[in-house]
Ligand binder design. Sequence first.
Ligand SMILES: C[S@@+](CC[C@H](N)C(=O)[O-])C[C@H]1O[C@@H](n2cnc3c(N)ncnc32)[C@H](O)[C@@H]1O
Length: 231
Amino acid sequence: MSSILYKDYKIDANFYDIFNKDRNYNVEMRFLLKMLKNRRRVLDVGCGTGTHMSILENLGYIVCGIDISPKMIAVAKTKVNNVEKGNLLNFKQEEKYNAIICMNHVFNHLNSYEEFEEGLNNLLLHLEKNGLIILDLDNRRQTGTISDKIDGNKRIIECLYNRDTEIQVRKITTYIGARKFVTEHRYLIYDPRKLEDILRKYDIKYAMVTNFCKQKFNINDKYLHIVIRKV
Ligand SMILES: C[S@@+](CC[C@H](N)C(=O)[O-])C[C@H]1O[C@@H](n2cnc3c(N)ncnc32)[C@H](O)[C@@H]1O
């Protein structure tokens, strides 16, 4: 990918799981399982450190993961086997899946609405008829600072949102024991109405929900989950 927005997770991989320790995977998994039903062959796109993959595998699902970051893949490989390097925009596999999940803002790393469409197209190519794509998107447009502490490790996230570019820059300063790491990520915060214009072009059914349940999405909600079914 011509990487304007994406910055590799090579530093974040060191502490990604530490700061996700308090993340409510139960709520995410309950939602995923409700959607997946008996769709057993699942591709995790932007699988990161492989936590969803490993939970799904333990429940008997057949799961493959791809991620663009070699360091994130290295962490995932400590939990699951079936992970490979790939860019969601252009990876190619023979296999078609019953479901494709994209958890925790993977698509927000893309550069443009054109890339959103390119990515969607590529995922649809890897999906069986009646298969599902679950896109978990960040819809937060705020500027400000958030900080959290886990097991004595501290993280400060400074967010700057630009309404004209629709891009939010997040500078993340992390203290792990005596070590300090500084990383920066840029998120394209999509206008959901523009996404709907894209989605309507495809032979799909879709729903926009929030809070990892069937609650209808509203423009001011922090998170947007798009559940897409290939018809
Ligand atoms: C915030 S992490 C989410 C990881 C995991 N899905 C989770 O729920 O914790 C975003 C991940 O998306 C990956 N990613 C970003 N752009 C990508 C792309 N174009 N293709 C594949 N993976 C990508 C990053 O390397 C990173 O591991």
